[in-house]
Design a protein around this ligand. Sequence first.
Ligand code: AKG
Length: 251
Amino acid sequence: MSTKRKFIDDFFQRKNKHSKPSANENTLLGCKSEGILRETPQSKKTPVPGLVLYTDFVNQTEEADILAYLDDSEQVAWRNDLRRRTMHFGGTYCVMPPKSNNPAAIKPAVIQAPPMPQRFQWLLHRMVAFDIYDDERRPQYCIVNEYTGDLGISAHTENFRFGEPVVGLSLLSSCHIRFHELESPFDGSVRSGKAAQAQKTGRVADVHLPSKSLLVMNGPSRWSWQHEIVRSAKGRGPGWKRVSLTFRYEP
Ligand SMILES: O=C(O)CCC(=O)C(=O)O
């Protein structure tokens, strides 16, 4: 019987929660738009403890599908309250305080944002298939950042109300992400001004993020190393643009 297979679930049924996909199964991790993931993502260790990079986590068609969705103003909306454009799903704790507020008094709260889009379900499913997230503990939150020119993001750890891992998908241009080791785990956002107060050991590691890669932060890389996208136009030619999707799970 020939069945038309369109979605990842049509290609791949995980046998049990703890089984990793076999090499053969990996080739069947389908996507919404094309059906087959031809390259098996490769995971690489990095110099930062707990940090793993999967190259080619999505293919070109899938990348284009995500970007087309993010540019579809009938379905989603970019926020313009920062220098870089952002988009939030599931909720956001990044509330810009009035200028008169004392940053030390700001208590970040998760406020509403549209839910995680159905359109990303195949991507979450793939994360589960690679044991990046448990089936029952899929990320409910996603922040999209768009970097152009010399834009970046200051050094920070992700809000401790979220668990681990924190996962970042890189699309379009590649760049590096800089990690700073802290003396101890430290919860402090950029906007509250607290992130800058974290005590650093001086150990720094730059990790190259190729387009279509997935960065998975667990353990020390998630709790006691800050990450930053350095603000600089160095090495970024005309038209340089990077879009990242950061996924978070709240226990
Ligand atoms: O663009 C990135 O890869 C990092 C994004 C990030 O750290 C954040 O949204 O908090």
